[in-house]
Design a protein around this ligand. Structure first.
Ligand SMILES: [Zn+2]
Length: 76
């Protein structure tokens, strides 16, 4: 995935949870409910704008990279 596409991803930010969340659609209107606390205090926008506006810190999404050398000591 290109970085450009990544930054154009629409994300939802719950102002109550103060984090990017998954949402549920509430009814037919363009109203979104936070999947965590179920309030409608949710803003959405591109990930770039949301992170910039709400100062969302980069979450430590650090999947263990395959091949990362793990410091292990072989005790003999
Ligand atoms: Zn919430």
């Amino acid at each position: 995935m290109k970085e450009e596409q990544l930054w154009n991803t629409i994300v939802f930010y719950c102002k109550d949870c103060e984090r990017i969340v998954d949402v549920d659609r509430a009814g037919r209107k363009y109203v979104y409910m936070c999947g965590l606390c179920h309030t409608k205090n949710v803003a959405f926008g591109t990930e770039k704008s949301i992170r910039g506006y709400f100062h969302v810190e980069d979450e430590p999404v650090a999947p263990t990279a395959p091949g990362t050398p793990v410091p292990t000591e072989s005790v003999s």
